[in-house]
Design a protein. Sequence first.
Length: 167
Amino acid sequence: MVKVSCMANKDGQGKTSRPLGIPVPWVYAIAYLVGAAIQFAVPVTIASIFLLTIQAVSVLLLALGIALAAWAQWIFRKEHTTTDPTQTSSRLVTWGPYRFSRNPMYIGLFLVFTGLSGVFTLVWSILCLIPVFYYVNWIVIPVEEAQLRKTFGEAYEQYSRKVRRWI
């Protein structure tokens, strides 16, 4: 489960809501598998002259996504906190990749999804990423941001004015 730029209470008492009740990484995984199934049923091929380039770029995106998500995850572990968005946060994390994006774990998932889709040339999976982006950007993140504003007030407002939601 993914949490944006904050740390959960050590006692785990405070709870927030999770849209649809599904952890965001599972939303990405389900969309990827749906796209792969559609690709199997209705194959879309890519011209062979572009295939090698697409796959090479995809490997780079995959590696970058894994590195970014791992770095962001490591920060939460270093701070002895959880990535569970249902936990109320106790301290704002604004260092590491959080200096550049309020959602580096989501960006990492996006890059991993895109990289895997490109490596395996799953055109339909890329198309399935569109509703995932919509869900995360307009449903999940606003819920998380509302909780962060409620918890941190002006400190979060200043942070969100200084650091973009994505990049």
